[in-house]
Ligand binder design. Structure first.
Ligand code: HEM
Length: 537
């Protein structure tokens, strides 16, 4: 626990080594040379041309010319804050992750909230999914929980992610719309990739226009794995629950706010932290024993499905408090690099095909976004524990590795990995038995795209249902291709016929006359979802 105390402060202390105060300081070049003139460049005579020799001019201009880095390919617009996570209850029974062992222990965190589709300068009240990414700086290394404010996703397999994003981003021939899903290609994607049905119901609901980052839930979405000290594994899903409850805007309000103050969400977060009114989120887990893996009528590795909370209750295990704004948005918020593959001993992956693909994508994109393989050295990305290995060199390398040896095995440096025994603290991949043929198909239940979309609709209040119908009508109303509009209302007749008919009436396409058989059966036999995460508080 001494180590723990160190960690409570150490991220802030570590950042302090990199902070610099320019206020009241004499200006120098980057070489430390005192500057005497910063308004007039050096010229050949009073009315002559500027001279190449003016090193201060050249340095200032060159640095400026290189100030921009690529924005994130998705989640470009975001806002972040520091904080801490405090554990309520030991998770020892389920995981050996150190930061989840001792009640009362605290771990520094950095959280970035984002919209998905819009570019870095887009408005924050767009109808969109919100990113909710948390970096835990644990004494065993960084653990990233890179989630969203909705518990499911549009697609089931990572291979479709570039397609999804191409469909939602501005259309390539005219660059319109800048930040909205109300356009032909997005809805054409939806109608032709019907595993999106459940996510689209969330997307058309009030969850997609949150009142504040402080009033959103967060979800890890995927099924992850906990592994305890004895090597026993459990399936786990992660939830963040805001202590202020979940609140949304209504669409008319959202549009006005976006026009008047496109920075509404970041300003709300920044100001509440400045005032000491700290945003808080409780961490919950749903846990399924390995023995129960196949005891559900859906595949628990399907990221378009939730685990109903009546069947698998959410256990609240700790609380995160965001208590400090960043000093510099570029250095921290923009340069932070989250990655669902950053795990600690006791947390592991499953074969969710969406998660598996994400494990490749994040480092790959960060290599270009952050300019090479050394972005782990950026202050915001450094773990609070030491890091040592034989990786060397690369653009912008800051670490000065001493000594003769940068290879393994060796007899000269004695810098070996931990033994593979878990007691020594080294990460040991869970030895899941994998046995099968190489195929591209998934379980049969991955083909059921509508059951949970129907449960979601059935769990809505009348006002929420109205909002969903209005959202569909607004979004589809902006679609110029009538065949796409028709395909979408036909698709959502499988969720609720009356809803689809009303939308069809509102946008002037043919009303679908019947829902598919499966949809009717489920509506008849399934009770409405009573779980909290599909209801407004
Ligand atoms: C950001 C890929 C699905 C949450 C990103 C980025 C990429 C990416 C390339 C930009 C990262 C950066 O520049 O640092 C993918 C792929 C997915 C996928 C390939 C599916 C195959 C998801 C899902 C979630 C999610 C399911 C939620 C559970 C996020 C968040 C960010 C992000 C929150 C922003 C992180 C930040 O604030 O810096 N994703 N993503 N993504 N993704 Fe995903």
């Amino acid at each position: 626990s001494d180590q723990r105390k160190v960690n409570e402060k150490s991220k802030n202390e570590q950042l302090n080594e990199f902070r610099t105060e320019d206020h009241g300081k004499k200006m120098t070049t980057n070489q430390g040379l005192r500057v005497s003139e910063d308004e007039f460049s050096l010229k050949a005579g009073e009315r002559g041309p500027t001279l190449m020799e003016d090193f201060h001019f050249r340095e200032k201009m060159t640095h400026f010319d290189h100030e921009r880095i690529p924005e994130r390919v998705v989640h470009a617009r975001g806002y972040a804050a520091h904080g801490e996570f405090e554990l309520y209850e030991s998770m020892k029974e389920y995981t050996r992750a150190k930061f989840l062992q001792e009640p009362g222990s605290k771990t520094p965190v950095f959280v970035r909230f984002s919209t998905v589709a819009g570019s870095k300068g887009s408005g924050e009240l767009a109808r969109d999914v919100r990113g909710f990414a948390t970096k835990f700086y644990t004494e065993e290394g960084n653990y990233d929980l890179v989630g969203n404010n909705m518990p499911v996703f549009f697609i089931q397999d990572a291979i479709k992610f570039p397609d999804l994003v191409h469909a939602v981003k501005p259309e390539p021939h005219n660059g319109i719309p800048q930040a909205a899903s109300a356009h032909d290609t997005f809805w054409d994607f939806v109608a032709n990739n019907q595993e999106s049905a459940h996510m689209i119901m969330w997307h058309m609901s009030d969850r997609a226009i949150p009142r504040s980052f402080r009033m959103m839930e967060g979800f890890g979405v995927h099924t992850f794995r906990f592994v305890n000290e004895q090597g026993k594994a459990y399936f786990v899903k992660f939830h963040w629950k805001p202590t202020l409850g979940v609140h949304s805007t209504v669409w008319d309000e959202a549009q006005k706010i976006n026009g008047k103050n496109p920075d509404f969400h970041r300003a709300d977060l920044y100001e509440s932290i400045e005032k000491g009114d700290y945003p808080e989120f409780e961490l919950g887990v749903q846990i399924i024993d390995e023995a129960d893996e196949f005891n559900f009528d859906f595949d628990i590795l399907d990221p378009t499905k939730i685990w109903p909370e009546e069947d698998v209750p959410v256990k609240i295990i700790g609380k995160m408090t965001l208590n400090r704004n960043v000093d510099n948005v570029f250095a921290e918020t923009e340069q932070v690099a989250f990655h669902p593959g950053n795990v600690v001993p006791g947390i592991d992956f499953t074969n969710d095909p969406l998660l598996q693909g994400r494990l490749f994508s994040y480092t790959d994109t960060q290599l270009i976004r952050l300019g090479g393989p050394n972005f782990h050295e950026l202050p915001i990305n450094r773990p609070v524990c030491p890091f040592h290995n034989n990786q060397r060199d690369g653009y912008g390398r800051q670490t000065i590795n001493r000594g003769q040896v940068s290879y393994h095995n060796n007899s000269l440096a004695n810098n070996t990995p931990e033994t593979s025994s878990a007691e020594e603290g080294g990460y040991v991949h869970y030895q899941e038995k994998v046995d099968g043929r190489k195929i591209q198909a998934r379980s049969e239940s991955f083909k059921d795209h509508f059951s949970q979309a129907i449960l979601f609709w059935n769990s809505m209040t009348d006002a929420e249902k109205d909002h969903i119908i209005q959202a569909f009508s607004f979004e589809l109303g902006k679609v110029s291709n009538q065949s796409v509009q028709q395909q979408v209302v036909n698709m959502f007749a499988n969720v609720n016929l009356a809803m689809a008919q009303e939308v069809a009436g509102n946008i002037g396409v043919e009303q679908p006359q019947q829902a598919s058989k499966i949809a009717n059966e489920i509506t008849k036999t399934s009770p409405a979802l009573s779980q909290e995460n599909t209801r407004k508080k």
